[in-house]
Every structure is written in C-alpha cells, then in structure tokens.
Ligand binder design. Structure first.
Ligand code: NAD
Length: 438
C-alpha cells in the first residue's frame, strides 16, 4: 500500500480565508505579527513572505488497532519558514489538531528560533487524535506509521520534530527507530538527530526534559530581580501539569514560591497554604490528573482563574486567556509556558489592568534551545554535562530577555510586540543579505 498516497504539499501565495466563524489561531498569530510589522515598518516583501507558510503536509494513513480493526488517521506537518536553518518544532497528539492550529504553532516556532538566535526555521505537526482512547501499543503503531507517512518531509538536516502536547521521549524514540529503518544502514549513525527530546539512551540530552520549565523559571527569576520583587513566599497559579507545567513547578520550589492553585484537563484544585509539588507529581503519575488531590479543594474554572496570586503560569493549551476571561485574572505577571495562551484582545485587557506578560516565544523557548543542544551533541558525537546545558541555556535566554527589554523600550511597546520585532529584524536582515531567488 502506498502510505504517502494522500500527501498534499502546497506552496502558498495568497492570504488564507477565515476557516472558522471565530478568529482562527493562525489569524491571531497574524494579528500579533501585523502589529509588530507595522510598528517596525517591516520591509513589505519580507512581510509577504513571512505571512505565509512554505509547505503544508497532510497525511492520511491506516493503522491496525488491538482488536484487528483498521482505523484511518490524519497527521500534519507545517513548515513555516527555513531561511535561518532546518525546520524545527514539536508534534502534538490532540483532538484539536488541524491545519490552522499547526500553521499557527509552526509560525510561532519561526519567531522563537529567530528570537533566541538558533540556526532553525519553524515547523509544527501532529495527529488529530485523543490518545487517551488508544493503548500504548496502538500509540506506538500510530506513531511509526505517521513517521513512515511523513517520509523525507522530515530529516536530520531538513526538519526535526520534538515532543509537544501528549507526546514524549518514548514517542520520539519510536519515531527515531522508524525513520532509521528508512535510510541505508551506513547512514543510520549520521541520522540520530532527526528528532530531539529523545530518551538519554537513544541520544537525548541531559536537561532536555525539564528545559522548557527551566527556561520559565529563569524568566520568572529575572523578572523578579528586575522588579525587586521577592519570590520568597510569593504565590502562583498554574494551568497544565504535564511536561512544562510540572517541571516549572518542581523548579520554582527552589525559590520558595508557593503554588496555590493548579488546573488541568481533569479539573482544578486550590490550597491557600500551598500545594506540595512533589506529592502532586506522584499523584498525577498515578491518577493521570490533579482532580481529587488530597489536602486541596476542588474549584471550578472561573474560580481557578480568579485566584489571587502574584503570578499565573499558563502551561496547557492556546487561547485560555480571552477577552472574556482576562478580566478574571488576579495576578501581576503572566509567564506564558504554553504557546499562544493569550488572545490579542486579552493582551489589551491585561495591559489596561497593569498585568505584565513574559510572552510565549521568549518564556517557553528553553525547550527548543536545549533541543538545539541535543542536535549539536548528536552531530558532534558529544555528551554534555547538565551544568554545561543549564549554563548555556541561561546565557541564551538572558540575551533574548535583554534584547526584548531593549526593543520594548526603543519602540515604547509591549513585550510580545517587542519579541516579534527582535525576531523579525533578524529575519529581515537575512532576506536583505541573501535576496530573493531568482
Ligand atoms: P503535556 O501534554 O505534557 O501537558 C499538557 C497539560 O495541559 C496536561 O496537564 C493537560 O491535562 C493540560 N490541559 C490540556 N488541556 C487543558 C485544558 N483545556 N485546561 C486545562 N488544562 C489542560 O504538554 P506540554 O508539553 O507540557 O505542553 C504544554 C504547552 O506548552 C503547550 O502549549 C505546548 O505547545 C507548550 N510548549 C511545550 C514545550 C515542550 O518542550 N514540551 C515547549 C514549548 C512550549
């Protein structure tokens, strides 16, 4: 059977139509982009190029389930731009995954890599699936078949996936193993960097699993130092207790900051005296969610969002802080762990209310930075100590933080727009230097 029978690749040349009645996620990204492009007077040709994705790959592929039934799945990989280097970005397994969502997430990856000065372009992908409905062996077969269907659309020097929502190092190991079977035996050792976020034994890097949370912790620490704000006994609320959320919580413990409310897909919990992060981590491992955690009370979504605290770390899905929910927040800082948690209209509400934001493309960029370190170690057959990974990560993030701060001052604008301007200035310069073929 031809597994790539339904691959569609297209190069875009016009603007996208509205795909839903409400503003789509991609349109939200473009709203942020246009605001920054107007302010910095981005070159009109570069603006046209960056407004579109390079390639959009959709694959439909069959997988045999445990009960011998065959089910068809739909997977996506969108490659937004690769002027700075190979495409890079995560893979998400979630029912919400569609072309629009992946397009938006791929575009954010381009800005993120440009902002942090990584030699990467932006991509994202995923499968439209609720993984909770499948066994581990089915997820393995789905992952392997998806990897095979993507074929040469991914590659160690071309497009390098990594974990995102509902994917992890195990899934990266299966992808690696499957990809390697498709290349000649003598080339296999040169292809281990086709995915990052791998288990250590399969070529992963120390510090990669915690990297996004580590970056968020560095950002909060730096913000607090600059505002002469003591984190000792300060409070925060956290949405999402997966890779990003749980690592952020574990790393913030060293600052003695108190976690007072957590929400995930199973519900929200609250304890004004502080939630024991280690106990919650164990509990979530056993119960697959925060609901029912002892020594806490269950609260509803609005009560969770209204919880009085110093900091809110959204680390779940996009569009959680909307025009409707932004007025509920009772914090002074939003440190964005998730991609796109705040809608453009909500940005305005938070700004009016004096709530500061460390924007996603800066705040959660630790993950792609350490993915880059993993990729480099694989290419050079090196293995870095954790202290080396963390030191280099902090250097890169602090440089990005400072450049956003400087641009915000120069343009008298908010930090999200400033972060975009830093990223787009770099991309604009490259296009100016290289020119447009032919
Ligand atoms: P994950 O699958 O490990 O965890 C997701 C968490 O969000 C889970 O706790 C889940 O219960 C919760 N969640 C899902 N839907 C929710 C909802 N509607 N309301 C409340 N909670 C909900 O995923 P992750 O890797 O931690 O990614 C979380 C976010 O961080 C995503 O936006 C992702 O794109 C972004 N991100 C991840 C990385 C990374 O390295 N994994 C890097 C940068 C950004």
């Amino acid at each position: 059977m031809n597994v790539q029978s339904d691959v569609m690749m297209r190069n875009q040349s016009t603007t996208y139509p509205e795909t839903r009645e409400r503003q789509s996620l991609y349109q939200k990204v473009m709203q942020q982009f246009n605001k920054a492009a107007d302010l910095m007077e981005l070159d009109t040709d570069v603006r046209k190029i960056l407004s579109m994705t390079n390639n959009e790959i959709v694959v439909h592929f069959p997988v045999k389930l445990d009960d011998d039934r065959v089910e068809m799945f739909t997977g996506y990989r969108v490659q937004h731009n690769n002027v700075l280097g190979p495409y890079k970005g995560g893979l998400r397994y979630h029912p919400s995954v569609d072309l629009d969502e992946v397009r938006a997430l791929a575009t954010w990856m381009t800005w993120k890599a440009a902002l942090t000065h990584l030699p990467y372009g932006g991509a994202k992908g995923g499968i439209q699936i609720d993984p909770a409905g499948y066994s581990a062996t089915e997820i393995e077969r789905i992952t392997r078949r998806f990897t095979y269907a993507l074929g040469n659309n991914i590659g160690p020097e071309y497009d390098i996936p990594a974990p995102d929502v509902n994917t992890n190092s195990q899934i990266m190991a299966w992808m690696l193993d499957t990809y390697l079977t498709t290349v000649p035996p003598h080339e296999r050792q040169r292809c281990v960097h086709v995915v990052t976020g791998k288990p250590l034994e399969a070529g992963g890097s120390l510090g990669r699993e915690k990297a996004t949370g580590q970056g968020i912790a560095y950002m909060i620490e730096t913000w607090a130092q600059e505002h002469r704000f003591s984190l000792d006994r300060a409070t925060y609320i956290l949405q999402g207790f997966g890779n990003v959320g749980s690592w952020t919580a574990r790393l913030l413990k060293s600052y003695n900051i108190k976690l007072v409310a957590v929400e995930d897909v199973t519900g929200a919990i609250y304890n004004q005296d502080g939630i024991d992060v280690d106990a919650l981590t164990d509990y979530v491992n056993d119960h697959h969610g925060v609901a029912g955690f002892p020594n806490s009370v269950s609260v509803d979504h609005c009560t969770f969002l209204s919880t009085e605290a110093d900091i809110f770390v959204p680390a779940a899905m996009q569009s959680q802080i909307t025009e409707q929910t932004a007025p509920l927040l009772n914090v002074r800082l939003v440190a964005e762990g998730a991609n796109g948690p705040t809608d453009p209209e909500a940005d305005l509400v938070l700004s009016r209310r004096g709530i500061e934001i460390i924007p996603d493309i800066l705040c959660n960029s630790g993950g792609v930075v350490v993915s880059y370190f993993e990729w480099l170690q694989n290419k050079r057959s090196e293995f870095w100590e954790l202290v080396e990974v963390d030191t280099k990560l902090k250097q890169i993030l602090m440089r990005a933080y400072q450049s956003v701060k400087d641009k915000a001052k120069e343009y008298e604008t908010d930090w999200r727009t400033a972060a975009y301007i830093v990223a787009m200035t770099r991309l604009e310069r490259v296009y100016k230097e290289r020119g447009i073929f032919p």
